[in-house]
Ligand binder design. Sequence first.
Ligand code: MBD
Ligand code: FE
Length: 309
Amino acid sequence: MTVKIAQTEGVQQFLKEASGQLNDAGNPRVKALVHRILKDTVNIIDELSVTPEEFWKAVNYLNELGARQEAGLLVAGLGLEHYLDLVMDAEDEEAGKSGGTPRTIEGPLYVAGAPLSKAEARLDDGTDAGTVLFMKGQVKDLDGKPVANAIVDVWHANTGGTYSYFDGTQSEFNLRRRIETDAQGNYRFRSIVPSGYGCPPDGPTQKLLDQLGRHGQRPAHIHFFISAPGHRHLTTQINLSGEQYLHDDFAYATRDELIADIRFSEDPAAARAQGVEGRFAEIDFDFTVQSSDAAQEQGRMERVRALEN
Ligand code: MBD
Ligand code: FE
């Protein structure tokens, strides 16, 4: 469409009508957002000469995205979830609330209500012949004081790069646990070394990434929610060192402070001491959380999540 009419009085009035600006009912916030979205949409059609064919392709794309439940994946891949982190970082900076382990994106694959245990857990169900991983660390505050009874809510992919629940072939809550830190703020778990994630190759997210000349791969990573009474909720991940996509994450979640050194051991005596045989891996990683009395800061942000509420 090459005729430019978006800025005409008639069109602008029409967009007010369509977004409910001319009635007294509904939700003012939603009206304001929809009004802006409509104005920006017609501007895009105008300025980029969007054809009707392109428009209907985009509409159909939204249907495909929803049908495959990939909207959360796409916003991660377009960097918008990372952008929200940048905004929250800037807000923290301005409010003098910086410091501690940096946040990074939650991603679309969390499942609420994983089994809860004290101090330690085994995350894997024993069916994936991946390299055994022992991870441990401490939750502490900005003064270095241990945070006892913090909940370390951890989730990660299997050796195929897929997550239980979303991958229906895995057992319930496989590679997902909540671990309550001990009196010294310590947690530890046994699991398997995860593989990196790749977007479903036949899905709408990868289809768009292909058009952008981009891959849909993430480096191997482990997700965490860290929460404790009197402390600020932390959403973060660690990336395993030495990974191909470490600094080329399609979701832009890597942060230098979140790269965890993974040590592989071939030492039979060391394996025996851990109660395993053969090659295994170890990660030590401490989380530093900010103190907060605000109840709202102590919980994770509201978002629709699998099995939550
Ligand atoms: C993941 O495992 C993930 O963490 C993100 C952010 C997006 C897709 C898959
Ligand atoms: Fe992930």
